[in-house]
Design a protein around this ligand. Structure first.
Ligand code: ATR
Length: 289
């Protein structure tokens, strides 16, 4: 990689940032298209976020991604935030338009695009159960509604948080077909039979030994199961595979949310296969393969 005075700099602000897999696949994508761009991880402490954001302007960075813990707090520091990011309350992508800093979120769109392109699944009119009510669930529910999902059910361990998310989906996104469900519904065969898509948007499954929320015998071959965990094959996905469901894990969403950021910064279509191969190669190296 040759860095010159013309090289455009992008990157990711996070704390910690060492775990981020974005540098691997973004740099591979720039290289494969011969673009004079580079993607750098920046470890930005929460108390330094405002200074770091000013640095995007001062240093003339082309743009950055934001990851934990900055996605919610960065909006107030930008010149403009688009409607989707404002509604979701999260920004993961900033671009520098001649000193004007604009923000959006690509998480939800990345999720829907990965479902369509990698899963061959169109969410329009479908009945969906989302597990979780945190930031990831909020982005995913917003994107599902924008993409025309039919009925949307939300379950969360802490019921009050699910109620809060559903209220937001109804009042801000105008989705009258969003409802909370309690834990008993997850064991209700008739309810499960009606679902087209289940999304695990919680962190459950990240650790070895985490149990699946759903009973394997209630999964059926017409169901698509999406688990946003990307670091390992979760118990939920193993059960989905055994039940003959179509399924995807979070590495697909990770690539597509990054691909949309790439397209915003470069104006070029992202080389999805290159990004996937780079991500898979990095995961193999981590496993010592
Ligand atoms: P993110 O922004 O990545 O979504 P988050 O806001 O911390 O992270 O949300 C994590 C989600 O995982 C929440 O829905 C959380 O449930 P609670 O709202 O009840 O905390 C869910 N979660 C985490 N650990 C869980 C567990 N052991 N069982 C069930 N849900 C869990």
């Amino acid at each position: 990689m040759r860095i010159t005075g013309m090289t455009r700099v992008t990157g990711v602000f996070g704390w910690p940032v060492g775990h981020s897999r974005s540098p691997v696949f973004q740099n591979a994508a720039f290289r494969s298209l011969g673009l004079d761009f580079i993607y750098v991880p920046f470890a930005v402490r929460p108390e330094h976020l405002a200074t770091a954001v000013s640095g995007i302007r001062a240093l003339g960075l082309a743009g950055v991604n934001l990851t934990i813990p900055h996605k919610e707090s960065v909006a107030a520091l930008l010149d403009e935030v688009d409607e989707e990011a404002a509604q979701v309350g999260s920004v993961n992508t900033v671009w520098n338009a001649d000193g004007k800093l604009c923000g959006t979120t690509t998480d939800g769109r990345g999720f829907v695009r990965s479902l369509r392109e990698d899963g061959g699944f169109d969410v329009c009119g479908k009945t969906v159960l989302v597990l979780g009510a945190g930031g990831a669930a909020r982005s995913i529910c917003g994107a599902l509604i924008r993409a025309g999902a039919g009925r949307l059910f939300v379950w969360n361990r802490t019921a009050a948080r699910a109620e809060c998310l559903v209220e937001h989906l109804r009042s801000v996104l105008g989705c009258s077909d969003a409802r909370c469900v309690d834990g008993a519904r997850l064991h209700d065969a008739a309810f499960m039979k009606d679902l087209d898509l289940v999304v695990n948007a919680t962190s459950v499954g990240m650790r070895e030994g985490d149990a699946a929320f759903l009973r394997g015998e209630l999964l059926h071959p017409d169901l698509f199961v999406y688990d946003i965990v990307y670091s390992r094959t979760t118990a939920l996905l193993e059960a989905a595979r055994r039940a003959g469901c179509r399924w995807l894990d979070g590495s697909s969403m990770l690539v597509y949310q990054g691909a949309i950021s790439f397209e915003i910064w470069t104006g070029r279509a992202a080389p999805i296969d290159v990004m996937k191969r780079a991500l898979a190669g990095a995961a193999d190296l981590e496993r010592g393969g």
